[in-house]
Design a binder for this molecule. Structure first.
Ligand SMILES: Cc1cc2nc3c(=O)[nH]c(=O)nc-3n(C[C@H](O)[C@H](O)[C@H](O)COP(=O)(O)O)c2cc1C
Length: 331
């Protein structure tokens, strides 16, 4: 069970914040499949403040969510306490359940500018940013971070204590360092060490891709929640399967081809409804590999679906696929 301020979810299997992926339509899909809590993709604090309220508000739109997505965290990133404070005020007006601060993004144009994982190199600045965010909102504030900047500077236990002391209400830890990016082994052994040092909920993240790993993560580390990123892109059913496995110790059968096509069609409709056809068709390209993973001829199918420029023929093709025996899709 994961309790963050007034929010309780059980057991606590969360969809990770992922840029251009954890958008509203995909979040709805993951929620329906059993994700206990959702995060928006990270929202650039400076970008939010710079945006002309009369113009197209691309950054502001990332704060949008629907009531059925609750509980939901809006994740913000930024290097300066002033921009993060102001962005928090704007984000809080949307009344999400939580404000999450990104202290883990590794990409250079974020981390080397002092935001994201960059804050792991300057803990006084992390403290300042997080304190100002907490002071700027009535909502519970959480942090997502990594073990440390690199293998030589793993300070996650100290970071967790500092964050707890200033009022952070939960901490999600991607169990890699910044220098690892998304590669190399995750080290879950830090989770029990952090748990022993603080009493706020600790959420484990990194390479959780199956129901068995979800269970193992809960059982072996004592984490309070598990957060799934790439595993949800490659297989959004992982939430349903993990929920079922935790309850019954049994594995659900793989989704059928028809189920795969149906979910893809549903996602497409949601994306068109919320983002318009042009953006939806581009955004869907990130998801075909997951929906049709393991199907014979999957890579050709993905390339074919990605080539559509109009909604109607794409939908017609997906509907045709839905009624097709997967064997006939072979190369
Ligand atoms: C495409 C992509 C976009 C991401 N965007 C964000 C983001 O906006 N905020 C964030 O905190 N982490 C972001 N991450 C990191 C994930 O939330 C997660 O920490 C990481 O992928 C490790 O978890 P996983 O092995 O389950 O994917 C992103 C990861 C990917 C693959």
């Amino acid at each position: 069970m994961l309790k963050i301020g007034p929010i309780t979810v059980d057991p606590g299997i969360l969809l990770a914040p992922m840029e251009d992926v954890s958008e509203l339509p995909f979040r709805l899909i993951c929620k329906e499949l059993g994700a206990d809590m959702l995060y928006t993709e990270f929202v650039n604090a400076e970008g939010l403040l710079r945006e002309d309220p009369e113009g197209p508000r691309r950054t502001f739109n990332k704060l949008r969510f629907l009531p059925e997505e609750r509980p939901l965290a809006i994740q913000l990133y930024g290097a300066t306490s002033l921009s993060m404070e102001k962005a928090t005020e704007i984000a809080s007006e949307q009344n999400p359940d939580l404000i999450d601060i990104n202290c883990g993004c590794w990409v250079s144009n974020v981390a080397l500018r002092g935001a994201g994982a960059g804050l792991l190199r300057d803990l006084p600045q992390m403290k300042e940013v997080v304190s100002r965010v907490i002071g700027a909102t009535h909502l519970p504030v959480t942090v997502k971070t990594r073990l440390g900047w690199d293998q030589e500077s793993i300070r996650i236990v100290e970071v967790a204590k500092m964050l707890e002391d200033i009022g952070v209400q939960a901490l999600a830890i991607h169990c890699r360092t910044r220098s690892q990016g998304h590669k190399g082994a995750v080290d879950y052994d830090w989770i029990p060490k952090v748990k022993a040092a603080v009493s706020i909920p600790i959420i484990l993240n990194g390479d959780v891709v199956s129901p068995q790993i979800v269970k193992e993560a809960f059982d072996s580390t004592g984490c309070d929640g598990v957060m799934i990123g790439r595993g949800a892109i490659t297989h959004p059913w992982v939430f349903r399967e993990a929920q079922h496995y935790l309850q019954t110790d049994e594995l659900l059968p793989e989704p059928t081809f028809k189920e795969r096509a149906e979910l893809c069609i549903k996602h497409l409709h949601l994306a068109v409804e919320h983002d318009g056809a042009k953006y939806a068709l581009i955004g869907m390209r990130r998801h075909y590999a997951g929906y049709f993973r393991g199907v014979r001829g999957a890579s050709q199918l993905r390339a074919e679906l990605s080539s559509y420029k109009e909604f109607d023929p794409l939908l017609a093709r997906l509907e045709e696929l839905r009624e097709t025996d997967p064997e006939r899709i072979a190369a």
